[in-house]
Design a protein. Structure first.
Length: 563
């Protein structure tokens, strides 16, 4: 699991920027960028990069650009552009006037490609996909030169211009950089820098039918924007020599590229391709399904921007790949909501209880603390009557040792209300299931007082049946049973889906929750933290999503049962 660096030292990227400023290497400037491809919505891995890039820029008095690397119209959509902008703002960051797109630079990138051709450093290649792979070779064996590698500059310029004009079908030609077919780095074996794609782009429409490859557009967009610190994830470290070659060949401004380890989260899939497979296969309800690590999903589940920022800060920035325990993310939201969420009572697996010595027509209200961590949140009145609901798990007809909740002849405290003792049990004649309990209460214990100084070890929550609000409650859990589903044996990640990742129940809630606002977060006492669903809740009809349980019960699961 990932071990954060000590907070006092700061991470290595911060130290690099500090050194660059001290030595004057960047002329006192700090310009970072967050460069997503708009081919899927942002997830918590993006949140780590967002927080780092925007945070470092703010810390050193610089700016952070938001730039969409939109070079593949086949997979990109304005829906994802909007999603990134919405979620970056939700996290608490803003790019101001610094919103850019790689497509802003298409004409300039085309000119750069022409310049490489004129310098004899790029050529048109007609190899098909199979031939290209064969000619490329493998790391232990040099590749073979394409027949187009010796084509004259004038001919390359002519064909490239005709490619732009739409004269050729997709796959007929590509433009390749002329570097080194014997390089041990496959990215330097004459990589493709332009290809024909006759698809409509979400910004430029049908103006272009050739598009730059990501590697070509990415490093040159950084150069055009005069980025000082181009921060990438570790998988781009092997691409850096190609970026250096392109920038040096064109003799343009050269940003400093720094790589860091991406976020890998346990019991979670982070691959956009695999997440899309879950969405399209309907294993989840959409990109905002609360079981997904997308920011839309986490927001709908009830996670807060502050908790996500806290999590990203705690895991730190490192140079080595590791698996971060999702329990840390869950701890961060618990830590925040423990201080800020109101406590309420709800019963999700109800068992009816009749208090025989309480008058049928009587009701009263007891004071209940809203949050013991914050006295300024005050208290509320909760109604009490002769018939209540308790959690079925809070009763045992034959209790084991040290079971301090309700049992025949056993006394418990009803939170905020009174002491009750179970006197009898009613069962279904056919199934034998317990359907009702009968109890008596001690009038001297009203308000939770301790009559006669006696102590009751068990305290349980409850809801008055007469006043209860019924609501749909969605009990979300981790989507996968395997700690690292992406690396599971056989690489069939779908085989490790958790069949109990969502259970829907009807809950009986305190009446005050009927007027809860969408996105409000509360603690159902003894059950967990919940959020009023911001999509499906209606006035007077809230739907609650479980954000997280009160404790990490997964820590008790044996490794053998999680595989």
């Amino acid at each position: 699991m990932n071990t954060p660096e000590p907070a006092s030292t700061g991470h290595f990227i911060r130290r690099i920027i500090e050194d660059d400023l001290k030595t004057g290497k960047t002329g006192g400037r700090v310009v970072t960028r967050f460069p997503p491809e708009p081919n899927g919505p942002p997830h918590i891995g993006h949140a780590k990069s967002i927080g780092m890039n925007f945070g470092l820029a703010a810390e050193f008095g610089g700016v952070c650009h938001l730039r969409f690397d939109d070079t593949n119209p086949s997979t990109e959509d304005v829906e994802y552009v909007d999603a990134f902008q919405r979620d970056i703002r939700w996290l608490g960051f803003d790019w101001g006037q610094n919103l850019f797109y790689a497509s802003d630079y298409y004409e300039r990138l085309y000119t750069y490609a022409v310049e490489l051709i004129k310098k004899g450093k790029a050529y048109v290649c007609e190899l098909n996909t199979g031939e290209f792979k064969e000619y490329r070779g493998v790391p232990t064996r040099p590749g073979k030169e394409s027949p187009g590698r010796t084509r004259l500059v004038e001919e390359n310029l002519d064909i490239f211009a005709r490619m732009r004009a739409g004269e050729f079908d997709e796959g007929r030609y590509v433009l390749r950089a002329r570097i080194d077919m014997a390089s041990p780095n496959l990215h330097l074996r004459d990589p493709v820098i332009y290809r024909i794609k006759k698809e409509v782009h979400h910004r430029t429409g049908a103006v272009w039918c050739i598009y730059p490859m990501y590697d070509f557009a990415h490093c040159l967009s950084d150069s055009i924007e005069k980025i000082t610190h181009s921060i990438c994830t570790l998988e781009f470290e092997v691409h850096r020599p190609l970026y250096d070659w392109i920038l040096d060949a064109l003799e343009v401004y050269h940003p400093r590229q720094i790589e860091f380890a991406r976020l890998n989260l346990s019991y979670t899939i982070m691959s956009k391709r695999k997440l899309q497979q879950l969405v399209e296969g309907k294993q989840v309800a959409g990109w905002d399904d609360p079981r997904l690590p997308t920011l839309a999903g986490l927001r709908r589940r009830g996670y807060t921007p502050a908790a996500i920022r806290d999590f990203c800060e705690r895991i730190g920035i490192t140079k080595f790949n590791s698996l971060t325990d999702v329990a840390l993310l869950e701890h961060c939201i618990r830590d925040e909501l423990n201080k800020t969420a109101s406590r309420v009572m709800a019963v999700l697996n109800p068992l009816r209880v009749v208090i025989d010595n309480y008058p049928e027509d009587q009701e009263e209200f007891f004071d209940a603390v809203n949050n013991p961590e914050d006295p300024t949140m005050g208290s509320r009145k909760v109604p009490f009557s002769r018939v209540i609901y308790i959690e079925r798990d809070d009763f045992r007809e034959q209790p084991p040792k040290k079971f301090f909740r309700l049992a025949p002849g056993q006394e418990v405290r009803l939170r905020y209300a009174c002491y009750i003792t179970c006197t009898s049990v009613v069962k279904d004649d056919k199934t034998g299931e317990i359907v009702e309990l009968h109890c008596t209460y001690d009038p001297a214990s009203r308000g939770g007082a301790s009559p006669d100084g006696r102590k009751v070890r068990g305290t349980i929550h409850w809801v008055s049946a007469r006043h209860a609000v019924q609501a749909e409650v969605r009990l979300y859990d981790r989507l996968f049973l395997h700690e690292n589903p992406a690396e599971a044996e056989g690489n069939d990640f779908l085989r490790h889906l958790n069949p109990n990742s969502l259970q829907v129940v009807t809950g009986f809630l305190e009446p005050g929750l009927v007027s809860v606002n969408p996105w409000d977060r509360v603690q159902f006492e003894r059950l967990g933290y919940f959020c009023a669903d911001g999509v499906d809740s209606k006035p007077g009809q809230p739907v609650f999503n479980r954000i997280v349980t009160l404790k990490d019960s997964w820590g008790k699961i044996e490794k053998g049962s999680a595989g």
